[in-house]
Every structure is written in structure tokens, then in C-alpha cells.
Design a protein around this ligand. Structure first.
Ligand code: FE2
Length: 423
């Protein structure tokens, strides 16, 4: 396949991209291809690497309203509500909801998702279900599973045993939730145990870490320490880190270099962080998202995750990572063109780096996991939450949509809306 006249995320225009055997084999202007090679005219639209969601909960997705909705809107009521729902889950319902969400994801050009899966259910029902889904969607979507002890590794009596059982069954990544343990000391101990377990098994780590408004919740410091101590550089992710929003600036000036040294990846979840954090504040209310531009400036790889879609924690969402990028740039006040582009990277290439997807991107040798967007730049793509014209997985089209056109019936005006600046 030869895609002609594309604009790339770095701004290069009129570029041709040649795909062979599911991989990108050439990128240049005016490429030629053997006779019979199918050609697609991108007509100047943005060709981007597929979207990556670095943090999701696929075991709870699309369960909104079961058995009731979250009245307070807090993280803690969400966890309690999930606890009420868990005994009533069936493997069939979990698989069905996850597969439906994967359909939504593919339609939005989202082809790689790291999902946490709760292991605090002795039946490991969700683990079995998502392992089945992972196998089933593998031809069109990379699903990476994190063993997540939702009720606390040390607080829940069978969590550690269950977590190891989940890893034995094929779950990819070691998870944790230190801020939910009984004490700060237990939280730190859980981080040590989990990092050592990951080091022993040669696995990556991705912990829910300091997901609170407590400026004294400092498990990210412990996570960076053990990543550095155990040589897990570049293999550890701190998810949420919302307490960093509320921390003392002097302390953060010491913390961020430690995170850079340990090459810890950071995942912020803008839609959920802005919704769940600051709920105990009156006014002014804190935003509660981690310090995205400061971490990026220090060289930390920062990705954005969706976290939740229609579940006990969040009533909205459709698998649209451009919605996530847009919320991220608003919450972080990242409105310059370079900062908007950085937020686009946070839902594409930065996520791939956190997940360890080595062949993701637009470069020769990368997998042809691509999205053609109805936009002429990354800024326009984010601004318009652009229509996904075509989605390719390993060079095969897996989704597509007709160009979105809004008709007008106004005297003396054009027949359709032009959403771009006319100058
Ligand atoms: Fe999460």
C-alpha cells in the first residue's frame, strides 16, 4: 500500500508512506511503488501513528449504573461501588463489555491499551476474562494487562497470592496501589515487595501511585528509589501521581530529578483526575492533575490515559484519545502549538514508550498501525477531535468513516461549514 500526499505529525507535508508486509518500508516525497500497489490519496490530511491508551480499566468499563451510580463522585465511593458490583460479575458479561469497548477503540484509531485488572477477587474472574479478550483482539489491538490489587496488596489478605497467580496465568505487568494501604509505611512496603517481584520475574511495573490530594502522599519517591535500586530503569510507570499537584514546590524540586534518574514513566489521566480530585475542597478547588509540563521539561516521559469509560468512577467517554489530549492541555494550561503537539504525543508515541511498544511510530521499520485524520495538523486534530477517516492495523484497514460535513442553509453563505481559518 502506498499512502500519498500525507501530512505527518512533525509538520512535514506532501509525504508518501509505503507499507510492505504490515510495516512502513519507505517515507519520502514522490515515492514509486511496484505496479499493482494499492494507492490511497491522503489529500494533505494528517497521517498519525495509532493512538495509545497508557492507563485503562477494562474490567469495569461500560458497567455504568450497575448496581447504582456514584452519588458523591469520589474515588472512594467508586472503589466501594466496584466492590458491590464484583460479586455479581460474570465472565461472559466482562468479555462482552470489553469487546464492545475494543470496537469503540478501533473505530477511534486506538490500537494499544494498557489495562489494569483487579486481582482482589479469589475467582480471578476478570483476569480470566481479559486474558480471553487479549487473545481475541490480538489481530487488531495490543492489550497489555496489569495485575492490580485494587483493595491493597497488604490490606487485602489474598491480594499478593492472587497477584502472583495472575502473573502465572500470563498477566504482563505488576501493579499496585500504595496510597490505599492502611499506613504510609505499608504503602512503602507494598512498593518494595512489588518492585522486587517485577525484578525477579523480568516484568514491568505500573502502579496507581499517590492518587489523592494529600501533599504528604509520597510513594512516587519510593517507587523511583526502588526502580533505581533494582535497575528497572525505563520499566516502571507511576500512574496518576495527583498528590504532586498539591506538594510543596521545594520538595518537588528534589523529587523530579530522582524520577528522571530512575527513568520512571508518568501517566496522567486528565478526564478522571479533574473529575475525582479536589472533591474535598471548598474554594479554591485544586485541579489535582500531576505536574505535566514540569515533568516533560525535566525529560520524564509523560503519557495520558483515559482511565475510565462509563464505570463506577466516570459516566462519560467513548475511547477518544483526542478528548483525553484536549482535556490534558486544558488542565495543564499547555496551549502553545508546541505544548499542544506534546499533548498529542502523550496519547500516541509517549504511551507506546511507556508500554514498551518498540515498533510504534511513523518511521521506516515501524508497524503500519496508522490513523488518517480529517485534519491538517496535530493542533487541528486536537481542536476538532478530528474524524478518523481510516484506521490501519499492520497495513490492513480495520475502520473508517466518511468525511464529516456540516451542511448550511443560510442566505449568502457557503453550503457547508469550513472549520479551518480561511486565511
Ligand atoms: Fe486507574
Amino acid at each position: 500500500m502506498l499512502i500519498r500526499h500525507a501530512t505527518l505529525p512533525d509538520g512535514r507535508s506532501d509525504i508518501d508512506v509505503l507499507v510492505r508486509d504490515g510495516r512502513i518500508s519507505a517515507i519520502d516525497r514522490g515515492l514509486t511503488a511496484p505496479d499493482g500497489t494499492p494507492e490511497i490519496d491522503a489529500a494533505g490530511q494528517l497521517l498519525a501513528p495509532s493512538f495509545v491508551d497508557a492507563h485503562f480499566h477494562m474490567d469495569s468499563t461500560l458497567s455504568y449504573g450497575l448496581p447504582r451510580v456514584n452519588a458523591s463522585g469520589t474515588l472512594l465511593e467508586g472503589i466501594a461501588l466496584w466492590g458491590e458490583l464484583k460479586p455479581h460479575l460474570t465472565q461472559e458479561a466482562l468479555v462482552e463489555r470489553a469487546l464492545q469497548y475494543c470496537d469503540w477503540a478501533v473505530a477511534k484509531g486506538l490500537l494499544a491499551i494498557r489495562t489494569h485488572v483487579d486481582v482482589c477477587d479469589d475467582r480471578l474472574l476478570a483476569v480470566e476474562a481479559l486474558l480471553q479478550v487479549k487473545r481475541q483482539v490480538a489481530p487488531y489491538l495490543d492489550l497489555q494487562l496489569v495485575a492490580f490489587p485494587q483493595d491493597g496488596l497488604l490490606r487485602s489478605p489474598t491480594a499478593l497470592t492472587n497477584l502472583k497467580r495472575a502473573l502465572d496465568k500470563g498477566v504482563d505487568v505488576v501493579g499496585g496501589i500504595p496510597h490505599f494501604e492502611r499506613t504510609m509505611a505499608d504503602g512503602a512496603e507494598s512498593v518494595r515487595i512489588l518492585c522486587e517481584l517485577a525484578a525477579e520475574r523480568g516484568l514491568r511495573v505500573d502502579m496507581h501511585c499517590d492518587e489523592s490530594d494529600d501533599p504528604m502522599s509520597r510513594h512516587i519517591e519510593t517507587l523511583a528509589f526502588h526502580a533505581q535500586r533494582l535497575g528497572l530503569h525505563g520499566r516502571v510507570t507511576g500512574s496518576h501521581l495527583t498528590s504532586m499537584h498539591s506538594m510543596d514546590n521545594y520538595y518537588v524540586s528534589k523529587l523530579i530529578p530522582l524520577m528522571t534518574e530512575a527513568q520512571v514513566h508518568v501517566v496522567a489521566n486528565p478526564l478522571i483526575n479533574i473529575t475525582l480530585q479536589g472533591r474535598h475542597d471548598t474554594y479554591p478547588k485544586r485541579r489535582g492533575m500531576t505536574r505535566v509540563p514540569e515533568l516533560m521539561a525535566a525529560g520524564v516521559n509523560v503519557a495520558f490515559g483515559h482511565d475510565c469509560v462509563m464505570d463506577p468512577w466516570y459516566p462519560l467517554g467513548s475511547g477518544d484519545m483526542l478528548e483525553v489530549a484536549q482535556m490534558g492541555l486544558h488542565v495543564a494550561q499547555m496551549t502553545s502549538p508546541a505544548q499542544i503537539a506534546a499533548c498529542f504525543d502523550a496519547v500516541t508515541v509517549n504511551g507506546a514508550q511507556a508500554l514498551g511498544l518498540d515498533r510504534h511510530g511513523i518511521a521506516v521499520g515501524c508497524d503500519a498501525d496508522l490513523v488518517l485524520l480529517q485534519a491538517r495538523s496535530v493542533v487541528e486534530a486536537v481542536r476538532l477531535r478530528a474524524n478518523r477517516l481510516r484506521v490501519w492495523r499492520r497495513g490492513r484497514q480495520v475502520a473508517g468513516s466518511v468525511p464529516a460535513v456540516s451542511q448550511l442553509s443560510l442566505p449568502g453563505r457557503p453550503a457547508s461549514v469550513d472549520w479551518t481559518l480561511s486565511r
